[in-house]
Design a protein around this ligand. Structure first.
Ligand code: C5P
Length: 228
């Protein structure tokens, strides 16, 4: 039997990454940050001098991404692309916009498909992204669509970037996030949208731990893990 998967989809800044990490840690399950893969494809393209609109070139890079996800002793993420630490480089909003550009292309999405499904290993997987519940793991037993108000999402992203030492202006960031969400929701392949069987959770007035508690109750009710 294949490993159980919890999918967490939603727009940028809804808290998917933090919630997915907390839930995976609590469960001792694997974690898939699918957005990082699209960010890495865009960065790899830039570093190898590809034309930004070279679809085939980016699909080739996506199929051969040499990436390693690990955790540093202080708990922060370490992401190596061809041996180089790019954890910070892929988190800027420019990298997010690059990810959204390459994520429009079916060829790139197809090239990342098997790699993403390969994360579903025992004892289980928490997968965060835009199409986890609709396209990558349509049979997942628990699907969450996590949202938050646009204002709250911009404030969170701003705080996250500041903590990483990336200087950004809140109004600019807000506009960039809005443009990225529009592009993600309106593209023809795997657009950002809730799966028909997804549970909607609004994180605007909830802390990440409170969101995890809500998801925990739903998973326990479905017999995926114990109640407490
Ligand atoms: O989640 P994150 O902000 O890192 O994602 C960056 C971009 O990658 C998104 O704006 C979206 O365009 C793309 N993406 C996607 N499908 C996913 C995850 C991310 O298209 N499953």
């Amino acid at each position: 039997m294949s490993a159980p998967v919890v999918t967490i989809d939603g727009p940028s800044g809804a808290g998917k990454g933090t919630v997915a990490r907390l839930l995976a840690n609590r469960l001792g399950w694997h974690l898939l940050d699918s957005g990082a893969l699209y960010r890495l494809v865009a960065l790899a393209g830039e570093r190898s001098g590809l034309d930004p609109e070279d679809v085939a070139g980016h699909a080739r890079l996506a199929g051969a991404l040499d990436v390693r996800f690990t955790t540093r002793p202080d708990g922060s993420e370490r992401i190596e692309l061809a041996g180089q630490d790019v954890a910070l480089a892929i988190r800027t909003e420019t990298a997010g916009a690059g990810a959204s550009r390459v994520a429009r292309w079916p060829e790139v999405r197809q090239a990342l498909l098997a790699r993403q499904r390969g994360f579903a290993e025992s004892p289980g997987l928490v997968a965060d992204g835009r199409d986890m519940g609709t396209a990558i793991f349509p049979d997942a037993p628990l699907k969450i669509f996590l949202t938050a108000s646009a204002e709250e999402r911009a404030i969170r992203r701003h705080k996250q970037l500041k903590e990483k030492g990336v200087a950004v202006n809140l109004a600019d960031l807000s506009r960039e996030i809005e443009a990225r969400d529009r592009q993600d929701s309106t593209r023809s392949v795997s657009p950002l949208k809730p799966a028909s069987d997804a549970l909607h959770v609004d994180s605007s007035a909830r802390s990440p731990l409170e969101v995890v508690a809500v998801i925990w109750q739903h998973g326990a009710a479905r017999g995926l893990w114990p109640t407490a």
